[in-house]
Design a protein. Structure first.
Length: 98
């Protein structure tokens, strides 16, 4: 099982890319979107877009649902809301309450 630091590292690495932040913004804006639709909006080949979505999926920031031959991505609000959770803040504070 990965340590807490490893889990947060994976999440922050996923967010530390301008393209992925743009993808997250578009997924949030459209609520549920497939790679084919995103590729029309973002000037990026589907293969690269799929790679970035895989990173976001691995970090838990997006969810995927298969509809026919396409995967539709949506925001995982729980994970995004937890990234600045008290648990994370406690890692960098000198408090016994955490």
């Amino acid at each position: 099982m990965p340590s807490t630091f490893q889990q947060f590292e994976k999440k922050f690495k996923a967010l530390a890319d301008e393209k992925r932040l743009h993808i997250l913004h578009l997924v949030q804006k459209h609520q549920s979107v497939c790679v084919c639709d995103l590729a029309e909006v973002i000037d990026m080949p589907q293969s690269k877009l799929s790679y970035h979505l895989k990173q976001l999926l691995g970090a838990g920031f997006v969810k995927v649902e298969k509809k026919g031959t396409w995967n539709y991505y949506s925001i995982n609000d729980v994970e995004l809301n937890q990234i600045l959770s008290p648990e994370l803040c406690c890692l960098f504070r000198n408090e016994d309450k955490c």
